[in-house]
Design a protein around this ligand. Structure first.
Ligand SMILES: Nc1ncnc2c1ncn2[C@@H]1O[C@H](COP(=O)(O)OP(=O)(O)OP(=O)(O)O)[C@@H](O)[C@H]1O
Ligand SMILES: [Mg+2]
Length: 210
């Protein structure tokens, strides 16, 4: 069983969006993965998402502090393949615990200075907990060099944390899908750019989880 967490101290950068997409894509695999989502987001975005969602997979548990180890033990006993953890935008008490138990930590970063300035505390938390991280550029504008510049700066600031090759563009269908209780691959056809990006990112993350 693998633990994939989504973490950054910067609010609104796409943690819940990434967590939901990785969990849904994993459970949609041909050889269906058994996936559980734990929602540590104080705004409970993933939990709200399930209220509109008709499908029962992946299950999302509103996680309270202190429950993490118990959930993991239970998930392992039940033979689950993947636990995806959506984290809050600040270092909560359980962040160290979650990071130290994660096989991989996705760190969404929006291109631009504001997200880069905030990255130091996130990188420190990942390093302090001996976790393995990967940056994911999210909400990338369709034009301009900002994403490439951000990638360059990230690789200087944290050379030990790679930047995913797959990026997610700033695309309205990502939020429309979530509003409908769906992931983009359930909401739009395979020709939709956002669906292609999410699928490519999932494939890359899956390789990194091995
Ligand atoms: N690639 C994208 N394209 C368009 N909109 C996006 C994209 N990623 C995220 N969003 C939108 O940006 C907002 C913030 O995203 P999200 O809630 O996933 O971030 P978060 O990091 O979980 O936020 P918080 O720190 O508040 O928990 C949401 O309205 C979401 O729909
Ligand atoms: Mg969130």
């Amino acid at each position: 069983m693998k633990v994939l967490s989504v973490f950054t101290s910067k609010g609104g950068s796409g943690k819940s969006t990434l967590a939901i997409h990785m969990a849904v894509l994993a459970s949609q695999q041909k050889r269906q993965n058994r996936v559980l989502m734990l929602d540590y987001d104080v705004q409970e975005s993933s939990t709200y998402w399930t209220r509109t969602r008709k499908a029962e997979t992946p299950p999302v548990l509103p996680a309270d502090p202190g429950s993490f180890t118990g959930y993991l033990e239970q998930a392992a006993e039940e033979g689950l393949d993947l636990v995806v953890v959506d984290m809050p935008p600040h270092s909560a008490t359980q962040a160290d615990l979650v990071l130290s138990r994660s096989d991989l930590v996705l760190v969404p970063v929006r291109p631009g200075a504001l997200d880069i300035w905030a990255i130091e505390t996130t990188v420190k938390a990942i390093n302090d907990n001996g976790a393995r991280g990967i940056f994911v550029l999210n909400q990338v504008p369709s034009r301009g060099a900002e994403a490439d510049e951000t990638e360059e700066i990230l690789s200087q600031l944290a050379p030990q944390i790679p930047v995913a090759k797959s990026r997610l563009g700033y695309r309205k269908p990502f939020s429309s899908a979530l509003n409908a209780g769906l992931a983009i691959t359930e909401f739009a056809g395979p020709r939709e750019k956002a669906a292609q990006e999410a699928t490519a990112l999932f494939a890359e993350i899956k390789r990194n989880l091995k």
